[in-house]
Design a protein around this ligand. Structure first.
Ligand code: ZN
Ligand code: ZN
Length: 205
């Protein structure tokens, strides 16, 4: 699904490319959107053309896609690190600014939109597992729209990132594994009896 599917909703235009990339609109995507937009505001940068912005996500969920689209921190460029320990925590660092911010989601989500009774009813059904697919969708959309109206520091605890400047993406030559022959980044290989092995081959022995 692309963003035109949600044209009836009052969404900010900057969210549209995130929806197009991710394939649907969900609260998770909006969490990433909020992190990205607030990072850009604080770091006064636009999208990362090379590697001046770095993002570290402590989960591998929907939110990461908004970071990739809006910050240009992508899996392929090496300026996105997914340390998947299942935490709702994101760090965005700017090499140019020499600083970064850590966003930790607060656990006190309270719906403050226009239809609290409807939301509570849907939330109860979702929690009990009795919500229909349509009701699950409606609950997600209500939460999504509500999140977009909240001040970002109500959704996330934001602190200065206490991390050293992240290293640039590793550039290393690829060499053929001595066992399987497949090209492998040299720095990821294991030396065994003076020959280089890829990790799967090294673990077989
Ligand atoms: Zn999603
Ligand atoms: Zn191998």
């Amino acid at each position: 699904m692309n963003h035109t599917h949600y044209a009836h909703l009052p969404l900010p235009a900057s969210l549209n490319p995130c929806i197009d990339f991710h394939g649907h609109l969900c609260p998770g995507l909006v969490y990433g959107y909020l992190v990205a937009m607030e990072s850009l505001r604080r770091l006064k940068e636009i999208r990362s053309d090379d590697e001046e912005l770095v993002a570290i996500s402590e989960n591998d969920a929907c939110s990461v896609d908004a970071l990739q689209v809006l910050l240009g921190t992508t899996a392929g460029k090496g300026n996105l690190t997914i340390q998947n320990i299942g935490k709702n925590v994101y760090t965005v660092y700017s090499r140019k600014a020499g600083k970064g911010f850590r966003f930790s989601r607060k656990n006190t989500y309270v719906y403050s939109g226009e239809t609290p009774e409807l939301f509570d009813d849907l939330e109860k059904k979702v929690t009990l597992g009795t919500a229909t697919v349509a009701e699950q969708k409606q609950q997600k959309i209500l939460k999504t729209l509500d999140l977009l109206t909240k001040p970002v520091d109500e959704v996330f605890a934001i602190t200065d990132a206490a991390i050293p400047e992240p290293a640039f993406a590793e550039l290393a030559p690829s060499v053929a594994c001595a066992a399987c022959g497949e090209l492998t980044m040299k720095t990821k290989m294991v030396t065994r009896d003076d020959s280089l092995l890829c990790q799967p081959c090294a673990s077989v022995e």
